[in-house]
Design a protein around this ligand. Structure first.
Ligand code: SAH
Length: 272
């Protein structure tokens, strides 16, 4: 492995589990068994980005999860390290080359389990299956994930087929590149790792935990611009508060997300 091609780690804690020389300072082996995101990208400098802040940033620094970037450029062809070429059949833009992406994916696979439920290999793509809270839960239960960030028009289809890469989308819109999407899915996943989200209870209550949107929140001051906090929330009756929140969550979901509401109703009927 060349120095340039070595995955770059973004945590701070260094608990060496390998025989690698101590002076490779940017290489920071993860705490044994820590959940790891490996990101193949043309823009490693975009990481850790927002993942370096707050909850996810503190957990990263503490070694509770690990982030490694693999710079696609280092696998490029020729003096200019070309990674892309014009689309077969014509059309606008450029396509990331199968052979170049394959080299990066092979490096990303080193030391990872082949079973995709233990280590999903994912291309962020608007054509992918929608990323949901269920996806985040499944990935958090894995040992790590490899994320391929596209650029330009995307990636040569053959490399996706060859490595059986799963395509996952952030939503029905088109980003310029996969890096923001990668950060979003890593954020959603990492916060479900029990040691990362300190107060694990809050993950149980929040939106989508039971298939409903979350009830509205309020905090001090008790009256603001003439608007009061709903009286029930100040009543101290925990059962009533829970009932109110459930009713609000159901009403909000019914109004805003008919798709989630239909799925929730179907589940209620089935579970009864
Ligand atoms: N030509 C492609 C879009 C390419 S956008 C198409 O029409 O499907 C460039 C890159 O941004 C993609 O390769 C992908 O990695 C990323 N990207 C764009 N939109 C995305 C989305 N909604 N979710 C996840 N990744 C996305």
């Amino acid at each position: 492995m060349t120095e340039a091609a070595r995955p770059r780690s973004h945590g701070r804690v260094r608990v060496s589990v390998s025989a690698a020389p101590r002076d490779l300072l940017e290489e920071r082996p993860r705490l044994a068994g820590a959940w790891t995101a490996r990101v193949v990208t043309l823009f490693p400098e975009a990481f850790p980005g927002t993942l370096g802040l707050s909850l996810t940033g503190r957990a990263l620094a503490a070694g509770l999860w690990a982030l490694e970037t693999i710079d696609l450029r280092t696998f490029g062809e020729g003096r200019h390290r070309n990674v892309d070429d014009s689309p077969a059949g014509g059309g606008a833009g450029m396509v990331l080359r199968a052979d170049v992406v394959a080299k990066a994916l092979r490096q990303a696979a080193a030391g990872t389990p082949a079973a995709r439920d233990r280590w999903p290999v994912v291309y962020l793509s608007p054509r992918g299956a929608p990323f949901t809270q269920a996806t985040a839960r499944a990935w958090a239960a894995a040992e790590g994930v490899t994320l391929l960030c596209g650029r330009f028009e995307g990636v040569d289809q053959r490399v996706l087929d060859h490595f059986a890469v799963e395509e996952v989308s952030l939503g029905d819109f088109v980003l310029t590149g996969g890096e923001i999407a990668a950060q979003a899915v890593i954020d959603a996943t990492v916060r479900l790792i029990p040691e990362v989200l300190g107060n694990a209870a809050s993950a149980q209550d929040e939106s989508f935990a039971d298939g409903l949107l979350e009830a509205p929140h309020y905090t001090r001051p008790a009256v603001w611009e003439g608007r009061e906090i709903p009286a029930v929330l100040q009543s101290g009756h925990h059962a009533e508060i829970a009932r109110w929140r459930q009713a609000e969550a159901e009403a909000l979901t019914r109004q805003r997300r008919p798709d989630l509401w239909a799925a929730w109703l179907a589940r209620q009927r089935r579970d009864r």
